[in-house]
Design a binder for this molecule. Structure first.
Ligand SMILES: Nc1nc2c(c(=O)[nH]1)N[C@H]1C(S)=C(S)[C@@H](COP(=O)(O)OP(=O)(O)OC[C@H]3O[C@@H](n4cnc5c(N)ncnc54)[C@H](O)[C@@H]3O)O[C@H]1N2
Ligand code: MOO
Ligand SMILES: [Mg+2]
Length: 441
């Protein structure tokens, strides 16, 4: 008699903890600023000088001594002699004396002695005896219309921490501080292997009993979204020895290895046997979640192997919950977990579930509120539900279902800022908010 192994599911929280025990920080690389967008900072970005570096004019206008404008008004205007001009990038070296002004352009350095600027539109130029004057009809205080040294940022300020996702805004700062080469976190090399004799290459015509290998491409894209470097290592056939050798060889080439399929209890589900043969330490092989209950994670000499389900939706969810935070930790992100928001559930979900459910959903705004609506067929094997998915709707295990309008936690899949482990788990939605009942008149 063959006894099929009965696996004992552990809680999602416990599973994440076990995996995160093996999450490590990676190294650092230097790449050109032109390529840095979308990478992660490999060092804190610290201002090594004040910005602006000098007091400068925020306007095209004239600069002068504010003391020359005391008691000045439209009834009592003052004339200042224009003794020169400064374009942005030039420096005026002469000393500006009382009752003198210098024509100055936006961004140009304020010359010594001057402490205020007037916009061109607020002055009148007068030419007398071959000299140029401006007439001012208002008084100015010291500092009026000056953009001060260090007002944007002071030298020594940490502007973005190591592990920050590099956006165009971060690129602006990197350029400001002269980073032609940018220190970025080394991207982890994440190997991907698809398993199953039913899998066709995606450019092959369909055949009876076969399907195209969609998971490998999906996972590679998820790795990229998470910030890793996908390395697609191909498809296994269903031969244990070849599979074993492939996994063993793959492990040497990558920082983490993902397989999809072959982790359940089927006759050709070889991953459990491969882990055993590798003498890898299986952290768990069953999680109290749907989809993805078969997700199996093992570790060999500290290197993580993610045995994700073959079912597309289960594979997708398993990656986001377990692999993504490990990738983000490698990238030095301080907040490696996906952020979540409280949203209103868009439909009834009457079926109770003994496992926590992670429903693929789409988050939108409706009447100023966040609405999370499941997309497509809510089955582990479903692939069509994934295209519109931008959140995972968390429906904690329980003996009852959920109603439309209840408050639920929605894990934001496209968010780049993330959250800490504590806060990932802390938004306790085990007791979902009740639907708001409006009294009908
Ligand atoms: N007797 C039991 N059967 C199953 C159990 C169980 O507990 N006892 N668990 C079920 C659950 S839950 C899931 S999820 C699946 C997981 O199966 P595997 O991870 O072993 O994956 P496979 O058997 O290889 O494939 C499952 C399914 O996914 C399709 N697949 C596989 N790879 C790909 C790919 N690269 N692209 C697209 N689709 C893929 C495959 O054709 C199968 O249809 O096991 C249940 N069974
Ligand atoms: O692991 Mo399966 O995805 O629970 O459905
Ligand atoms: Mg299977």
């Amino acid at each position: 008699m063959v006894v099929v192994e009965r696996r004992k599911p552990i809680k999602v929280k416990e599973a994440i903890e076990r995996v995160m025990n093996f999450a490590i920080n990676g190294g650092k690389d230097f790449i050109s600023i032109e390529q840095a967008n979308g990478h992660f900072l490999g060092e804190d970005l610290v201002a090594d000088h004040d910005v602006p570096l000098f007091n400068r004019s925020p306007y095209d206008g004239f600069t002068f001594k504010s003391t020359d404008t005391e008691n000045v008004s439209s009834e009592n205007p003052v004339l200042l002699q224009v003794i020169g001009e400064i374009g942005a990038g030039s420096v005026f070296t002469e000393t500006v004396k009382n009752c003198q002004a210098v024509r100055i352009m936006t961004g140009a350095q304020i010359p010594a002695g001057c402490d205020a600027v007037v916009m061109l539109e607020r002055t009148q130029e007068i030419n007398q005896d071959g000299k140029t004057f401006i007439q001012l009809k208002q008084s100015f205080k010291s500092g009026d219309n000056i953009s001060y040294k260090g007002e944007d940022t002071k030298k020594g300020t940490v502007l973005a921490e190591k592990g920050t996702f590099i956006t165009p805004g971060v690129i602006a700062l990197l350029a400001t501080f002269g980073y032609k080469q940018v220190p970025v976190s080394k991207k982890p090399k994440v190997g991907v292997i698809a398993t199953g004799s039913e899998l066709l290459q995606i450019d092959e015509p369909l055949q009876p009993g076969k399907i195209r290998n969609s998971n490998a491409y999906m996972i590679c894209a998820q790795i990229e979204r998470a910030g890793g470097l996908p390395i697609y290592l191909g498809q296994f056939n269903d031969n244990l020895e070849t599979c074993f050798t492939q996994v063993q060889e793959a492990l040497d080439k990558v920082d983490f290895l993902i397989t999809t399929g072959g982790v359940s209890v089927g006759d050709y589900d070889y991953l459990p046997a491969i882990y055993e043969k590798l003498k890898a330490d299986v952290l768990f092989n069953k999680v109290g979640m749907r989809p993805g209950s078969v997700t199996t994670i093992a570790e060999k000499d500290g290197k993580l192997m993610f045995g994700l389900s073959g079912n597309p939706s289960a594979c997708y969810v398993g990656f986001e919950l377990f692999t993504r935070p490990v990738i983000r930790t490698f990238l030095h992100c301080k907040q490696p977990f996906l952020k979540s928001e409280t949203a209103l559930l868009g439909v009834d979900f009457p079926k109770p579930n003994p496992f926590d459910r992670f429903v693929r959903g789409h988050l939108t705004f409706k009447d100023g509120k966040l609405l999370a609506t499941p997309v497509g067929l809510d089955k582990s094997s479903s692939v069509s539900s994934l295209a519109m998915t931008n959140v995972l709707i968390v429906l904690p295990a329980g003996s009852r279902g959920y109603e439309e309008g209840m408050e639920v936690k929605a894990i934001l899949l496209e968010d780049q800022y993330g959250t800490s482990y504590q806060s990932f788990l802390s938004k306790d939605n085990s007791k979902p908010g009740r639907k708001e009942h409006h009294h009908e008149q």
